[in-house]
Design a protein around this ligand. Structure first.
Ligand SMILES: Cc1ncc(C[n+]2csc(CCOP(=O)(O)OP(=O)(O)O)c2C)c(N)n1
Ligand SMILES: [Mg+2]
Length: 332
């Protein structure tokens, strides 16, 4: 694995802080009703993305996830201004404002969404890997899903075929403790989700996902296995989300103390402390990064605010069209 140097730690700190603040801004503008529909935030889970990106080969490898999907495309290379504009429903957004929060997508940067159907992306991730294997392309697909999604039947069909066909895919369950208000303990008779891989003889195991380095190590091993023809891996990334499931969540299913316990091992604070204690970074250096992050988030907000809404005609153009469709004129 690429060494975790001071530069890597500094990048992790800045990236994770940017993702956190970017989403804090989204929460704020959501309350002002500038962003509509659903909004599921990633606060607390950032070490997963930081560690995964460290282990991936950007430009080759691919990623697919669920609806908690605003910061992953940014990590893969999409301009964050375009992600924020998409959430605002503006024409400059990643899907010209037609997708919105749950549907960020970028073929250019190998980010395959953004899926609202719980577990829907599990077979799709294996399908992408199947395509790469079939066409002999050097690529590994990281397929992310939640602890709730892990209980969908489609996971089992997918695991079975992914092993049978030896696909270059890494299945990553982001176990943040809850599926909406349902805790993992209330979902099944055991809480070690990684064990679901055992029935398929898929290499599998748990990972402390509050630490980006631990995530990077596990991801590296899994990605290398897939790249060298060794097939799928299933990782259980143990994490936590600080905010509610979505913006409308009274959070009656957990205590404030529980959230505070996880905030003590917050990935951003952990990396910051390591920089201060072991890498000779000063509080003044950290302040400079914090300031830069604030400015970058403000730039995204300004861009989204000032961008135009799409033309109404886009509603009719950006749909499937078949010239010889027999029942309707081809353009409504
Ligand atoms: C097939 C399907 N069933 C139910 C829902 C409603 N729903 C949306 S999110 C969610 C919880 C999923 O939790 P988890 O997989 O743990 O992901 P997390 O939100 O924690 O990231 C549910 C039940 C849905 N979107 N799709
Ligand atoms: Mg969950």
């Amino acid at each position: 694995m690429k060494k975790v140097t001071k530069e890597v730690l500094l990048k992790w700190y800045e990236d994770m802080l940017f993702w956190r603040k970017f989403e804090d801004k989204l929460a704020q503008v959501y309350i002002q009703q500038k962003v509509r529909g659903f909004l599921h935030l990633y606060n607390g889970q950032e070490a997963i993305l930081a560690g995964a990106l460290h282990a991936m080969e950007l430009g080759k490898d691919k990623m697919i996830t669920a609806y908690r999907n605003h910061v992953q495309p940014i990590g893969m290379g999409v301009d964050p201004k375009r992600v924020m504009a998409e959430l605002y429903g503006k024409a400059t957004g990643t899907s010209q404002g037609l997708g919105g929060s749950m549907h960020i997508f970028s073929k250019e940067f190998n980010f395959y969404g953004g899926h609202g159907i719980v577990g829907g992306q599990i077979p799709l991730g294996a399908g992408i890997a199947f395509g790469d294997k079939y066409h002999d392309r050097d690529a590994v697909t990281l397929t992310f899903f939640g602890d709730g999604a892990a209980r969908q039947g489609s996971l089992h069909e997918t695991f079975n075929l992914a092993m049978l066909w030896n696909l270059p895919v890494v299945f990553c369950v982001e176990n943040n403790g809850y599926a909406m208000g349902t805790s993992v303990a209330r979902t099944a008779n055991h809480t070690d989700i990684w064990k679901l891989g055992l029935g398929y003889e898929m290499p599998c195991g748990p990972v402390d996902a509050m630490d980006p380095e631990k995530v990077a190590e596990a991801m590296h091993e899994a990605i290398e296995r897939a790249r060298s023809g060794g097939g799928p891996t299933f990782l259980e990334l143990k994490t936590y989300r600080y905010r509610g499931h979505s913006m409308s969540d009274a959070q009656k299913y957990r205590t404030k103390d529980e959230v505070a316990e996880y905030q003590k091992i917050d990935p951003i604070t952990q990396v910051k402390q390591r920089l201060l204690d072991q890498e000779g970074v000063t509080e003044a250096d950290i302040k400079k990064i914090d300031k830069r992050v604030k400015e970058r988030v403000a730039e995204c907000e300004k861009f989204a605010e000032e961008s135009p809404y799409p033309e109404k005609s886009l509603m009719y153009d950006a749909v499937y069209e078949q010239e010889d469709y027999p029942f309707l004129p081809s353009k409504l």
